[in-house]
Structures are given as structure tokens and as C-alpha cells.
Write a protein that binds this ligand. Structure first.
Ligand code: F6P
Length: 374
């Protein structure tokens, strides 16, 4: 009997989502003769039963398009804002899955989506996931689609920043996305020849960064590019955060029971804010060079997917359809070498693939003289 499959995209958008959806959809429809339906805006659309037909014509022409034709959201099934409250909507989601007579739900997303999909699996639903994110931080897979496109965009930005930094003898600090893992800053930093690369995995010492920049200036290069991941943090800030964590923000009490005011309670949060701007100011003071900041932001997630991401998303999407046809559920379709492999959601959910400190990219970067601030 023909199966009926639901598809949704969840979490931050990333290039390659449509290519993956097309890969799954065309294979299910054309190769296996199954039927599919799309849910709008991630798990929220599933909870609100907002469906949209997916057929050969809707799946046609989307391979090259950025974003997601289904829309997305960061809403979580077990903690969703509804009517001004955060509610557990898992039961409503299960009801909609059953009312739509689904045999399986395909969830395309990053780390959060893997966790949320596991929650649905634990409610007895057949789910299968695909790993996307420009951060490349999903555990269990060699890579995620979206990363290659963002890497190209960030690298091009660093290339362009080089000529202006060089002309003005300036430091340019370029902030690249990646809160928990530094793959994007590291990859683009290497590919763009950044002089300093700062990633969440290596707490940096501002003095060490400044010393590297001063050494470059002394050797005849009075300009530097510092590629910093959003989540990179200095040793100095880490120490300040450890101090500030003595404040319990909810009760506005210090650990010693002393009552603190809002200002003091907010101090811990503020240490995280404006880190890149503060770094640039500090480097100016420590090197005597002018510094400027460029925050690449969402431009890294927008636009058409690269050829590499189209290929990866299509490979994983079609492999996902093959697994559905075999009745293999409860897994993420991971990239493995030239092929793919199913990995149990339990082995992926809640884990983050950070950059190992002995990773070859770090080794190569150090050999060509890149400073990591350590
Ligand atoms: O998860 C991908 C990502 O682009 C991160 O690199 C970034 O920190 C975050 O999303 C930004 O999220 P939002 O678009 O919700 O602000």
C-alpha cells in the first residue's frame, strides 16, 4: 500500500533546504509512488495543522532557491508559545500526525530539530531527519548542508576585507556565525587567509592576539584580519562570567544570599553582549592600529545554495527516501564519506559537533602562522 509522508523544515533556514526537500519528495513521488504533504513553519505548522500540497510542480524549480518554500520557525513541540504561555503541544502534534494518516514525518533541521524529532519518536511517531545548518555542528554526520554555501560567502567577505584593511593599515575584526562551534570561522579564516582566528573551542587571550598583530606590523604588514566566531570568548571574559555567575538572575540574589539590583544581575548577561566590538576597541588600544568591525550576520544564510550543498542535500534527500521505502525510521540520514548512513536519533540529539583541538584544519592553520589567541 502506498505510504503517506509529511515533510517540515525547522530551525534557522539554511541554503540547501529546498534541494533536500526536492530530493526526498521527487524520489518518494516518482521513484516509489508515495504521496507527500508539507507542513508550514516547522513544528508550529504541524501543531496548527497548516499543510500545503507537495507535488511534482511545487517541487520543480526549487533546487537552486535559498531559504525554504515551507517556511520555518524555532518553535519546539514541548515548549511552544501559545496564547501568551509556553505550552507542551506534543499531544496536539501526535493528533495531527494521526489525523493526516501519516506513515512517517521527515524533519529537516539542525541540532534542535534532532532533539525535537527524538521527542516525537518517543511519542510513538515514525520520524526521520536530515542535517542542515551553516554551523556544521550536528553530531554524527561528516557535514551538514548550508555549511559550504556559508563558507563561500564568509570567505569572499574576508577576501574583500583584505584589500580595505591593507589600504588603510587597519585591523578588521570580522564576526562569522557559529555560537557553539567554530567550523565556519575556522574554515573561512583558513580559506580567506585571516591572520587571527578565534573560535568558541579555544578561549583566547586578548594580549596574545595583540602581540601577533604587533609582530605582523613590525615585519612590514601593518594590517590584520581577525575572523571571530559569534561564540568565541576571551579568557578575560570567561573569568568575569565565572564571577558574575554568583548572581542568580531569577531571584536577583547573589550566591551568598545578598540581594542584588537589576543592574548587577544584568551584568552577567552583558559580558556576552558586544564582545566583538569590545575586542576591536581593546586591540586598538594594545596595538596602536585603527580597528573596524564587520558583522556578516544573516547574509551568510541567504541566497542560492552552492553546488556542493545542492549535491549533498540531494544525496541525503534521496537516501532518506530510500530509508523510508525500507521502513527505517527514528534515524538521521548522516553524510558518511561519499555516501550516507542512518544514525539513531538517540546518538545525535543533544550533542554538538565542536571542532576537536587536534583537528587537521587547526594544525594547518597554525603551520601557516594563524594565531588562535592561545
Ligand atoms: O543555527 C544557525 C545560526 O545561523 C547560527 O549560526 C546563529 O547563531 C543563529 O542561527 C542565529 O539565529 P537567528 O536567525 O534565529 O537569529
Amino acid at each position: 500500500m502506498s505510504k503517506f509522508i509529511g515533510i517540515l523544515t525547522a530551525g534557522g533556514d539554511s541554503p540547501g533546504l529546498n534541494a533536500a526537500m526536492r530530493g526526498v519528495g521527487k524520489t518518494l513521488l516518482g521513484y516509489y509512488g508515495m504521496n507527500i504533504v508539507g507542513f508550514r513553519d516547522g513544528f508550529r505548522g504541524l501543531m496548527e495543522n497548516r499543510t500545503t500540497p507537495l507535488d511534482r510542480s511545487t517541487l520543480s524549480g526549487i533546487l537552486t532557491i535559498g531559504g525554504t518554500i515551507l517556511g520555518t520557525s524555532r518553535d519546539k513541540p514541548h515548549k511552544m508559545p501559545v496564547g501568551g504561555k509556553m505550552l507542551n503541544m506534543l499531544d496536539a502534534i501526535v493528533d495531527n500526525y494521526r489525523d493526516n494518516h501519516l506513515d512517517c514525518l521527515v524533519c529537516i533541521g539542525g541540532g534542535g530539530t534532532q532533539k525535537n524529532s527524538l521527542r516525537l519518536k518517543e511519542m510513538g511517531l515514525n520520524v526521520i531527519t536530515l542535517p542542515k545548518t551553516i554551523d556544521n555542528d550536528v553530531a554524527g554526520t561528516d557535514s551538514t548542508f548550508g555549511f559550504d554555501t556559508a563558507l563561500g560567502i564568509a570567505t569572499e567577505a574576508i577576501d574583500r576585507l583584505h584589500s580595505t584593511a591593507h589600504s588603510h593599515h587597519r585591523i578588521i575584526v570580522v564576526e562569522v556565525m557559529g555560537h557553539r562551534a567554530g567550523w565556519l570561522a575556522l574554515g573561512a579564516g583558513i580559506a580567506g587567509g585571516a591572520d587571527v582566528v578565534l573560535i568558541p573551542e579555544i578561549a583566547y587571550d586578548v594580549e596574545s592576539v595583540a602581540a601577533a598583530i604587533r609582530a605582523r606590523a613590525r615585519s612590514g604588514s601593518p594590517f590584520s584580519i581577525v575572523a571571530i566566531a559569534e561564540g568565541a570568548i576571551s579568557q578575560q571574559d570567561l573569568a568575569a562570567i565565572a564571577e558574575a555567575r554568583t548572581v542568580d538572575k531569577k531571584s536577583a540574589k547573589a550566591k551568598d544570599g545578598r540581594k542584588v539590583d537589576d543592574e548587577e544581575a544584568d551584568a552577567a548577561e552583558m559580558i556576552y553582549a558586544d564582545r566583538t566590538l569590545r575586542l576591536a576597541k581593546r586591540l586598538e588600544a594594545l596595538t596602536g592600529l585603527e580597528a573596524r568591525v564587520t558583522i556578516l550576520g544573516h547574509v551568510q544564510r541567504g541566497g542560492a545554495p552552492s553546488a556542493g550543498d545542492r549535491l549533498l542535500a540531494t544525496r541525503l534527500g534521496t537516501a532518506c527516501a530510500d530509508l523510508i521505502a525500507k521502513g527505517t525510521y527514528g534515524v538521521m540520514v548522516a553524510a558518511k564519506g561519499e555516501g550516507s548512513r542512518p544514525v539513531k536519533l538517540e546518538d545525535v540529539a543533544g550533542k554538538v559537533k565542536t571542532v576537536p583541538l587536534n583537528h587537521s584544519w587547526i594544525g594547518s592553520a597554525r603551520r601557516v602562522g594563524t594565531n588562535f589567541g592561545d
